[in-house]
Design a protein around this ligand. Structure first.
Ligand SMILES: [Mg+2]
Length: 413
């Protein structure tokens, strides 16, 4: 039996949730924007009306306001986005248990085995779309196809609130004329090389030579060629395979009490690095950071902050933890223990999403650097690479039990 895969993509997700929650925003051009003080106040998401004025994700707020002076700017509410993301999953679950999230607002569904109960894949897609409108007040674009790659491409073709079917009989006609970068797996670096080789469309990729692509990209090249030809049999994960944890955290009781901010910051960096590494391995990003401070008298204080953008970078987690420490801790007592965790976790989507942002190149470089560091640690152990500031001195967090120094003994929450 031919596989039936759906890809559901919530339309303008952040902006749609804001308009749903705050009726005064409806009918207006709306942009969800980061806090000015965190970054440079950039557009994180926008609704259809704002899009019509040319407002684009990643541009500075002032630029967006120039294009659309009546633009209404609103801050993000990640707790609400996660809430609706989970409600969406409940709707999907009523049709199948083969659900694989991709980012906070996208999911693949394998409905091959659901046909006897719920009708054709198209009918299932339409039923899902209707339920989104009536139960959530949100819209979704659904792509229906025989593999994950084409289902995702299909969901991008008609927006908002539409179903697009791509079959084995018509995929060449419909998809092959599209730019090759529309296909999953074609990132910035790959695209550049493909262009150099004269490959600009998905069809050109499909009709090129597999061996040639293999020579250029290795295994990934073969995969791309197969994907463009509709030969992708990657399964849709089972819902239970992918349930992300609620939070990921590490804490540590220091052998000596911390008396100064710099000392505490070094421990926070150490903890942030551990947390980020675990998030990297788990394939998740956090929408918020939580800080636990225990003072010498065992008084415990907890703080949390939502982030401007979901992240799993050491830098962002560390910055949020330090910010909370500075804002809240008065240093009446030295600190005995610290804990850092990321909460409101969502599955990490493709890295390309970052490329929308203005400081694109820097963002991607930093992300890659952090991923490489995490990869090295996984392969060669956590001591292989670290921040210079964590080495030496009174707080040598990476010193092994060789000398007479007392090593820190982190424990997991
Ligand atoms: Mg979306």
């Amino acid at each position: 039996m031919e596989r039936a895969v759906l890809h559901c993509d919530l339309n303008n997700f952040y902006a749609s949730v804001e308009c749903r929650d705050f009726p005064h925003l409806r009918g207006k051009a709306v942009a969800v924007c980061g806090r000015q003080e965190d970054r440079h106040g950039i557009v994180l998401a926008k609704n259809e009306l704002a899009k019509q004025y040319g407002v684009s994700t990643g541009e500075p707020v002032f630029k967006a306001m120039q294009k659309c002076p009546q633009l209404v700017v609103t801050p993000p509410h990640y707790d609400r986005y996660l809430y609706f993301s989970n409600l969406a999953k409940e709707i999907y679950l009523s049709f199948t248990d083969r659900i694989e999230p991709f980012g906070i607002d996208e999911c693949w569904l394998d409905v091959t085995g659901s046909r006897a109960l719920f009708g054709t894949p198209y009918e299932i897609a339409e039923a899902i779309r209707k339920q989104f409108c009536s139960r959530l007040g949100l819209t979704v674009s659904v792509g229906v196809s025989f593999n994950k790659i084409f289902a995702k491409l299909a969901s991008d073709l008609k927006k908002p609130n539409a179903t697009t079917v791509i079959t084995k009989a018509d995929f060449k006609e419909t998809l092959w004329k599209l730019p090759v970068e529309y296909m999953l797996g074609v990132g910035r670096a790959t695209l550049k090389k493909l262009h150099e080789a004269g490959i600009f469309t998905i069809g050109e990729l499909a009709q090129s030579n597999e061996n040639y692509l293999y020579a250029m990209f290795g295994k990934h090249g073969s995969e791309l060629w197969n994907n463009a030809n509709g030969r992708n049999d990657a399964p849709v994960a089972h819902i239970q395979d992918r349930e992300p944890p609620k939070s990921i955290g590490n804490s540590m009781t220091c052998p000596r009490d911390l008396e100064r901010e710099e000392q505490a910051e070094r421990v926070l960096l150490y903890l942030s690095e551990k947390v980020a590494g675990r998030m990297y391995r788990g394939g998740v990003v956090a929408c918020g950071v939580h800080l636990m401070i225990k003072d010498r008298l065992f008084g415990t204080k907890q703080y949390q902050q939502t982030l401007e953008m979901p992240t799993r970078r050491v830098k962002d987690i560390y910055a949020a933890a330090c910010r909370m420490l500075r804002q809240h801790y008065k240093w009446k007592e030295p600190i005995r223990a610290l804990g850092v965790s990321g909460f409101m976790l969502a599955p990490q989507a493709q890295r390309e999403q970052l490329s929308f942002f203005t400081d694109t190149q820097a963002c991607i470089r930093e992300d890659r650097l952090e991923e490489n560091i995490a990869g090295l640690k996984e392969k060669y152990g956590k001591h292989i690479v670290t921040y210079g500031t964590l080495l030496g001195g009174d707080f040598d967090l990476y010193q092994k039990d060789t000398g007479n120094r007392i090593p820190y003994r982190p424990f997991q929450k």
